[in-house]
Design a protein around this ligand. Sequence first.
Ligand code: ATP
Ligand code: F6P
Length: 456
Amino acid sequence: MPVYSISHVENVRVCVVMVGLPARGKSLIAQKIVRYLSWLSIKSKCFNVGNYRREIAGVEDINAEFFDPNNKEGLKFRREAINLAIQDMMNWFSNENGVVGILDATNSTRERRDRILKLCRENLIEPMFLESYCDDQDLILQNILDVKTTSPDYVDKDIDFATSDFLKRINYYEQTYETMDQKTDSELTFIKLVNVNTQIILNRIESYLESRIVYYVMNLHIKPRCIWLSRHGESAYNLTGQIGGDSDLSDRGMRYAKKLPELVLKSLGEENKHTNLTIWTSTLKRTQQTASFLPYKKKLQWKALDELDAGECDGMTYEEIEKEFPEDFKARDDDKYEYRYKGGESYRDIVIRLEPIIMELERQENILIITHQAVLRCLYAYFMNVPQEESPWMSIPLHTLIKLEPRAYSTIVSRIKADIPAVSTYKEKGTSQLGESITGKNISKSRDLIKDSDVV
Ligand code: ATP
Ligand code: F6P
């Protein structure tokens, strides 16, 4: 049976129009929405007008005065940039079946917003405005230091110049900025985030897709935090090469469980060693046994973190599956993301059941998740933007703690390996044998910026 995403069912196309002064987190929010929707197989793309502007006007002569509303030359370039972005976005909607396009610019005047509104309506695209309003001066300054002083607009410029120039740029924008409000904009679909979700104003949110975006954005926060991921320790089934089941840890798996608190401490570092973590496990014994020596009070079990259900193949080895169900074995290798075990699940099914986990993860701070190979691949794919066709083939070895440190536009990944051997449960395409081939590429390693720390 074909699997349809909600966009196919509703047949809607949405243009999210970002609104707000510079350094209000618009690009960050836009990129997160794209990552989240793409993970859910909803075709989305961000059109950043700043990039178009740099392309047509260069960066050499760009300083705050370029953004002066009385600078005719600057206005000409800026108008050209937004026009190009809109044009590309409309082409993408019609030629590439785009579903959610995000127009990432300040869009800070009603005149500009009305123009976009008109274009969207002419093209039967639902416009949804998303404003980030912020008057917390300390936060704005922090944002400038965090991301703007290193922006392509300030290559080779010193931090003090970049900071004061960017503040001047904001002043110019303030001269014409018109924030959204429920009186003047009562006819529009919009969400207005005030001071990082201290207050959220919603107006005319109508379609299911819009409400999904709204719900996601409402759950975001910007406090610094880390997420740790680990598979359970080696299990009895891992030793025999069987998949699924609810077996206990092997002796070596138990040693990993005892070692895990030390790995976590090492990854926290001396100054953060008292950080309190919340532990999430699945409902299966092997993840709970792995968590049992961790000295943290808050431990939660989630059914949604249980391993991929292999249905009729539960308890079999890959060799047995290849022998007994050769067609299924091949079909899975051909399209591992979509293949659903008879009476069981596919990777796509896991992503769907993980959505509430992702939503809760966005709300939370420091969390350590102990789960299973397939589930961990899907979680990792969300944070690292790994494409669907790659994610089921990622190598995530046993007895390794992964730390994810979300930053403004990237995530830093580090891995600490326990000095406790474990079998490999990695099966390459085209074979039923376990273990990573010497020629096979380790996708998770080749894609990301991973810092591998010492073996502990
Ligand atoms: P510009 O208009 O110059 O492109 P921008 O509004 O797109 O600016 P970003 O580049 O996304 O701003 O700024 C990222 C910074 O904003 C990060 O430091 C992030 O922590 C912070 N941030 C994220 N969300 C918010 C928010 N809702 N309000 C204020 N700051 C936020
Ligand atoms: O072998 C360990 C395991 O967690 C199995 O229980 C599960 O079916 C499998 O990994 C998922 O990995 P793959 O999708 O590569 O078969």
